[in-house]
Ligand binder design. Structure first.
Ligand SMILES: Nc1ncnc2c1ncn2[C@@H]1O[C@H](COP(=O)(O)OP(=O)(O)OP(=O)(O)O)[C@@H](O)[C@H]1O
Ligand SMILES: [Mg+2]
Length: 249
């Protein structure tokens, strides 16, 4: 595959396009096990019948690991929201329906959300008392087996020219509780400083799934703690304030 056309650039990866394929090419710093896990997640989620790009090849290009998938033509919901701010309600409605459709699927071999959260809590640099609180909270949450995207945000949804939505980027996918996935999406909007959209989103999700805000909120300290493992200095204070909410409940 020729690496002439860059379609997106991230800190430690570049996404290229050639004809009907994309190559996600990872830096040497990226753990091989994470890359192979992403490919396996994508293959497992393909089997649910959801509209997602097909993984075509796992390979090395110029010494770097690369995942080759089908190219999905269209614009991401993030682009569409930027271009048509007046249509934000319509797009959010679509966004929540897509997430609910994902959550309606099962994939029994995907990693388990609770296991992943437990590992993340262990690897935070929070104090022992806070970690204990978080582990206790996590243990008390109901165990579900829904497909959870794990990074469901508008930049990971592509709308094709005929209006069909495709969901990309399955690196964080697990099976578990849908409210944890919604709490993560809410947090991602807040981290992106889209507070108004975050509120609209969470209200829509709770309305459409008949889930209480309080129940979704129960997951916030856990997902905030897991997000803090990424160690982005600009997010740290904000995430810690969410983690510490649990001390007062
Ligand atoms: N199969 C695809 N078809 C079309 N565009 C794609 C495809 N895969 C990725 N892209 C484009 O590349 C961008 C980044 O890809 P992806 O989300 O997989 O990487 P990422 O590193 O997880 O990025 P982010 O941090 O934004 O989530 C997407 O927002 C999209 O614009
Ligand atoms: Mg992405």
């Amino acid at each position: 595959m020729k690496l002439d056309t860059v379609i997106a650039e991230r800190k430690n990866k570049v996404i290229y396009r050639e004809d009907n394929l994309v190559a996600k090419v990872f830096d040497e710093s990226f753990p091989k096990s994470d890359i192979l896990n992403e490919a396996l997640n994508q293959a497992r989620v393909e089997e649910t019948g959801l509209n997602i790009p097909k993984i075509e090849e796992v390979t090395k290009i110029n010494g770097k690991w690369a995942l080759i998938s089908t190219y999905i033509e269209g614009k991401t919901l993030a682009q569409l929201m930027d271009e048509n701010p007046d249509k934000i309600d319509e797009y959010l409605n679509m966004f929540v329906d897509i997430q609910i459709n994902i959550l309606s699927k099962t994939a029994p071999l995907l990693n388990k959300l609770k296991d992943k959260m437990k590992r993340k809590i262990c690897s935070t640099n929070l104090d022992a008392a806070t970690k204990y609180e978080l582990h206790t909270r996590l243990n008390g949450m109901p165990k579900h087996t829904k497909v959870c995207h794990g990074d469901f945000n508008p930049s990971n949804v592509i709308i094709t020219p005929d209006g069909t939505p495709y969901v990309i980027d399955w690196s964080h996918a697990t099976q578990g509780n849908g409210s944890a996935d919604a709490a993560r999406t809410y947090l991602l909007f807040r981290l992106n400083k889209q507070d108004e959209i975050a509120e609209k989103y969470i209200n829509l999700f709770s309305e459409k799934t008949d889930t209480s805000r309080q129940y979704i909120n129960e997951w916030l300290p856990i997902v905030a703690a897991s997000q803090s493992v990424k160690d982005k200095p600009e997010e740290r204070e904000f995430l810690l304030s969410w983690v510490n909410i649990c001390e007062y409940q």
